[in-house]
Design a protein around this ligand. Sequence first.
Ligand code: GAL
Ligand code: CA
Length: 335
Amino acid sequence: MKKLILFALIGMFALTLSACGERDTRIHVGANIYTYGDNFMNGVVRPELERYAEERDIRLDIVDSENDQGKLNDQVDTFIDRGVDVLAINLVDPAAARSIIEKAKAADIPLILFNKEATEAGVMDIYDKVWYVGTDSAEAGIIQGEMMVADWLANNDWDLNGDGVLQYVLLKGEPGHPDAEARTLEAVKAFTDAGIQVEQLALQASNTWNTGEANDTVAAWLTSAFADRIELIISNNDGMAFGAIQAMKSANVDLPVYGVDALAQAISHIADGEMNGTVLNDGVNQARATLDLAINAAEGNSVTAGSPWIIRQDGTKAVRVPYVPVTKDNYQDFQ
Ligand code: GAL
Ligand code: CA
């Protein structure tokens, strides 16, 4: 009998708990990551979104869009059906912002886009409750370019064939992604701006900025007809630079390589002399800014209220978190 009463009590307790769960009155954010297969988005941004959601005491539902824009569209419909207060969306296709913005607008739910900036001109103007959190895409390429130029000028022996021209290969991120396009352009432009002639031996893109793909690409380059002519590997991000490092190790080759993101693994590669530099992509602050804006928008405040973030007054409706150079001279500050 005593046992029965105990079970009944436990049962009632469990019911009460689940009822409390259903009455969660905290701000509810529906969020995604374009693919959990991305080192930076899954390794830096997602953990901070989850940690910071706890700190701010909000309810965060986060899903993997598996690099499939159609899947993301369905996930947004589901979030809207479930009555989320605000959406925090990492587009799969930067050209497909319009459909997401229209869905949010029809449901009158504020929308924070983050990490992949919409590329369609004017699309941010179709809804007064959409904002963007990311970076200034060109800045990473400019900083990466500056550090490569300085190192090239300081290391005459990097010009392997001594022709005064830089022969490089480039690992590019997703074509059409503002970060990939701007980094590719600016990194090379830094050389030509400094009066250094360049020759591109090869360029290969990876839609998910992927280590394994870059490994295969560089392995193929290192057995190609131009293998001996490569003097520098420029990578749009660290994830792909790691693939280049793996391929170089297997081929017993040691060429300078630069990335972007400043992942923990990149910092240790710089410490070990296996990587020459990277650029801190401050995913922690991008995650915080995304949720700060989301919470303010859900509460009907000005989106930057009570925060350090500044919205650019240039029509982009963007908060842009700065990049920072990381080299062998200052990597200790980022360990
Ligand atoms: C960039 C980052 C890349 C990749 C990409 C995904 O900002 O540097 O590593 O994560 O975002 O959109
Ligand atoms: Ca040369």
